[in-house]
Design a protein around this ligand. Structure first.
Ligand SMILES: [Zn+2]
Length: 148
């Protein structure tokens, strides 16, 4: 299944393209929700969630504390009464090296640091695959192994 929505949220930053706006050296933050009763490790997305409008995995440009990364992505701070947020980090170079596209997708939010990770990488503004192959999911997940 493919949907063509990443292109509609792609940035118009000057002197670059949405696909190359995020520099290879930039740190990217991924956040995940943890419920207080969970005994297992937090589950970070390894592919687009089934109901994601975008068919992309959302990351945030830069290194952010978990609650801040959540706010950058969702638009408000998390309700921490019943859950907490955790984060892990990688770089655009790592993600691109895994065979994925890293696209700056601020949408209509001025200054947004929202980033979409897209498979396949060839034409990410037009084509996004919702179901990633297992080896692609593993390569993406492995981008984060050095820092948690
Ligand atoms: Zn941009």
């Amino acid at each position: 299944m493919t949907r063509k929505t990443v292109g509609g949220k792609a940035c118009r930053c000057p002197d670059t393209t949405p696909e190359s706006c995020v520099q290879d050296d930039e740190v990217l933050t991924q956040w995940a929700i943890v419920n207080p009763n969970d005994t297992e490790d937090p589950t970070f997305s390894r592919q687009p969630r089934p109901n994601d409008y975008d068919s992309a995995v959302s990351l945030v440009r830069g290194r952010h504390e978990p609650d801040e990364a959540f706010k950058q992505s969702v638009g408000k701070y998390p309700d921490t009464k019943n859950r907490s947020v955790v984060a892990r980090y990688t770089s655009a170079r790592e993600v691109r090296g895994a065979g994925l596209a890293v696209v700056h997708t601020p949408g209509r939010i001025s200054g947004s640091l929202h980033v979409s990770v897209v498979h396949p990488p060839e034409d990410p503004l037009m084509l996004q695959q919702a179901d990633w192959p297992a080896d692609t999911q593993n390569r993406f997940d492995n981008c984060f192994t050095n820092e948690r």
